[in-house]
Design a binder for this molecule. Structure first.
Ligand code: ATP
Length: 354
């Protein structure tokens, strides 16, 4: 088990700055997600923690020891790659035993350890099978077995489920999470899939263009995004943005906008506000008695809920409402925003103001 801290870590590839100064801490036993779009620097960040890439500057601590310039072999971690390269000429037992045998562990001890791991992974009855004909899921379990058998301090996984089809992916995600909960080993997991990150992670770092945009527990990141980027990247459909231009009077604690009263942070008092109000689709309510109105442009049926797209004076707004609500495209309806849940962003830099 391990606590991992990165402090002002930066990575340049030649003149290209892939990771800007990043700082965050992964607590002992956490399932920690590095999330962001392709090219944001998440894999590079993971590889620096694992020792597969050296930081250009900054410090990396594992359990308080600075290891930033040490190679992977001296960090006592296990890396689970997306493509599970098992040894094809060995059976499952030999694949899992290999790391222990190459460490020189006595045979009887290896046997005991492999039996334990096989039990955890539910593959005890197939240990002597060749790996050749295994299903994707069993290959994944064997690869995990090989990674966890050494009892490393931490696991590093780079899109481990990326190659699997959707249904199986969900199943393996649950298994991985359950395995983590049994073993409680610090796990750092790279994904570009916000749902996967929200479902599996104890904590999430959201990255964009080499910058850590936000770091926290999934619920806080969802409810209180630190930037417009995070608000759009997390949640499907993403947060609605409504632009407000106007003066915030002295002593005003809220502004009336788009038919609702939005509470505003103190710092804006007396300022000419260029603000963006962010409202999640589930906090937009259709209410025919409301004065603020829009035309229903589209509906998308999702089972128990539906997504209704409305053309409003402030642009397109999406509402998530129960499927039982009757809506028809082309008609007009009133809208209300649940203003207590709104996030207010500075329109100039996209940063949240509260
Ligand atoms: P993806 O999901 O596509 O792998 P990522 O968020 O994991 O994206 P990284 O792989 O960390 O992103 O790459 C970040 C940026 O650094 C990318 O623009 C990538 O092209 C660049 N990069 C990564 N490794 C190298 C390298 N060895 N040499 C040069 N540029 C690199």
């Amino acid at each position: 088990m391990a606590q991992i801290r990165i402090e002002n870590v930066r990575k340049d590839f030649g003149s290209f700055n892939a990771v800007k100064s990043s700082t965050f801490t992964i607590e002992d036993g956490e399932f920690f997600m590095l999330l962001g779009p392709s090219g944001c620097g998440k894999t590079t960040t993971l590889r620096m923690m694992a020792g597969l890439e050296l930081p250009t500057s900054g410090l990396i601590y594992i359990d308080g020891e600075e290891v930033g310039q040490k190679p992977a072999s001296q960090r006592d971690i296990a890396f689970v790659f997306q493509m599970f390269a098992l040894y094809p000429h060995m059976n499952i037992r030999k694949n899992i035993s290999y790391p222990l045998i190459s460490q020189g562990m006595p045979k009887a001890q290896v046997k005991k350890k492999v039996a334990e791991i096989a039990e955890i992974l539910g593959i005890s009855d197939i240990l002597d099978r060749p790996v050749g004909g295994l299903s994707g899921g069993d290959r994944q379990r064997v690869a995990l077995g090989r990674a966890i058998v050494r009892d490393p301090k931490a696991f590093f996984m780079d899109e481990p489920l990326g190659a699997l089809d959707a249904e199986f992916r969900e199943h393996m995600a649950e298994e991985l999470r359950a395995l983590h909960d049994r073993m409680n080993a610090t796990t750092v997991y790279v994904t570009h899939d916000q749902l996967e990150a929200m479902q599996m992670g104890d904590k999430i770092v959201v990255m964009n263009h080499g910058v850590v945009e936000q770091f926290g527990v999934p619920q806080d990141i969802y409810d209180w995004p630190a930037t417009k980027f995070v608000a759009e990247f997390i949640g499907s459909p993403p947060m609605n943005f409504l632009d407000f231009h106007g003066m915030v009077g002295i002593g005003e604690t809220d502004v009336s906008f788009a038919g609702s009263n939005f509470e505003i942070p103190r710092q804006l008092e007396g300022r000419n506000g260029e603000l963006t109000f962010g409202v999640r689709p589930e906090h937009v309510h259709l209410d025919d008695s409301a004065d603020y109105r829009g035309e229903i442009a589209a509906t998308e049926y999702l089972g128990t809920t539906q997504i209704v797209t409305l053309d409003t004076p402030n642009g397109a707004v999406k509402a998530r409402v129960p499927s039982s609500v009757n809506v028809s495209v082309g008609t007009r309806t009133g809208l209300r925003f649940d203003a207590r849940t709104v996030t207010i962003f500075d329109a100039a830099n996209g940063r949240a103001l509260k």
